[in-house]
Design a binder for this molecule. Structure first.
Ligand code: 6GU
Length: 237
């Protein structure tokens, strides 16, 4: 898979692409993450990327010129046509099913904005999709792009050491994950649940499933509601 990231701050992505799961996936050639700075596609002597909004008001707006030029240069480099995603708090809210869908694409192009936002024509003419990572405001799209990249890359075949790890993740089946324990068996008087030490794989499975369900009911009843809705749709279809 290839992921192009268009940003004014390409250096922000260095730790992401060189560390942990994403770093290892890059090393293994599972994903190629290519950063491009909009500033390299300016045509004026000041290398301007932003300007004051027409109509007044505070803040600066990312201009069409460098963004269109960067997208056209990067997308037209001969590789597969990328799905162009604008990171914006006005976008569709990211969830695991969206992540899984995007992980199946051959190539993504992520557009990160800064300042007050993008010129509206970038939104309407360049973006295939607009994605938000939640209902709060970040100073720029970069941290959101990093969240998206991490969530996608860990789903690529071979990215995780344990082949089952992604399947058991929270949200993978619409539930929060069950509790995990490791050594020691007792820590400051807190014992590991007996069933996990029993070696009875069926009982362990049942316990984990029941923990996942009760935990989801207690903390995120909305997820169970969604799961019920999905199941009843499947039955009526
Ligand atoms: Cl994608 N961008 C910004 N600037 N803020 C956000 C966001 C994105 N998602 C949530 N908040």
């Amino acid at each position: 898979m290839r992921i192009d990231v268009l940003t004014l701050f390409p250096e922000m992505f260095t730790p992401l692409v060189s560390t942990s799961i994403v770093g290892r996936a890059v090393q293994r050639g599972l994903v190629d993450i290519v950063r491009t700075n909009y500033r390299d596609y300016t045509s004026d002597s000041h290398r301007s990327v932003d300007d004051k909004p027409f109509g007044g008001g505070g803040g600066m707006v990312l201009m069409c010129e460098p963004v269109f030029a960067a997208v056209e240069a990067v997308a037209g480099d001969g590789g597969p046509e990328p799905l162009k995603i604008l990171l914006t708090p006005q976008g569709q809210r990211l969830d695991q099913s969206m992540v899984a869908e995007l992980a199946g694409e051959p190539r993504l192009l992520l557009l990160c904005g800064h300042y007050e936002g993008f010129d509206e024509r970038i939104r309407t003419e360049l973006a295939d999709r607009q994605i938000s990572i939640g209902d709060y405001v970040l100073s720029g799209g970069e941290p959101a792009a990093m969240v998206l990249i991490d969530a996608i890359v860990r789903l690529l075949p071979g990215a995780l050491g344990d082949q089952n790890a992604a399947r058991n993740d929270s949200f993978a089946d619409g539930l929060l994950e069950y509790p995990h324990y490791t050594r020691p068996r007792e820590f400051r008087g807190l014992a590991v649940p007996e069933v996990l030490l029993s070696g009875h794989h069926r009982e362990i499975e049942t316990w984990r499933r029941s923990q996942a369900l009760s935990r989801t009911q207690a903390r995120r009843p909305d997820l169970l509601e969604q799961k019920r809705d999905r199941m009843s749709r499947t039955i009526t279809e």
